[in-house]
Design a protein around this ligand. Structure first.
Ligand code: HEC
Length: 112
């Protein structure tokens, strides 16, 4: 297991332990679920990405870049604006740990 994933999972376990059942991260993710889907695997439109099971470090990088404006998207810049570094860490660990059907395709499918 990648070290960053392990760290993110540990962060998730400790944050949900603090918040009791359900967890602070699950609560913070409610607003996100309006577009990304309650399970983060069934977005409400095809222009909205699936997030469940994505690497937490990828999710955290995307949110950090939306927040700083390095990555531009009218919807997500607004969503990320109010997130603290801790919110980003907790949301990334929570969403990344959800079961999803994202997968890595082997390179030979693209390069012949
Ligand atoms: C109003 C609808 C909407 C809401 C609410 C919303 N998102 Fe998004 N999200 C989008 C769209 C649209 C994109 C694709 C943007 C792009 O092309 O960069 C996106 C992209 C993302 C990405 C990048 C995914 C990737 O594969 O690169 C992450 C991470 C993300 N959202 C997390 C969140 C989180 C966390 C929240 C709650 C704080 C949230 N979103 C709330 C619409 C939304």
């Amino acid at each position: 297991m990648k070290a960053s994933l392990l760290i993110a999972l540990l962060a998730f376990v400790s944050s949900s332990a603090q918040a009791g059942s359900g967890g602070a991260a699950a609560q913070k993710a409610e607003v996100c679920a309006a577009c990304h889907g309650a399970d983060f695997n069934t977005p409400i439109s095809e222009d909205i990405p699936r997030l469940a099971g994505q690497y937490p470090d990828y999710l955290a990088r995307a949110m950090t870049d939306y927040k700083s404006g390095v990555r531009k998207n009218a919807l997500m810049n607004g969503q990320a604006e109010g997130l603290s570094a801790q919110d980003i860490e907790e949301l990334s660990a929570y969403i990344g740990a959800l079961p999803g059907n994202l997968k890595i395709l082997p390179l030979h499918r693209f390069i012949r």
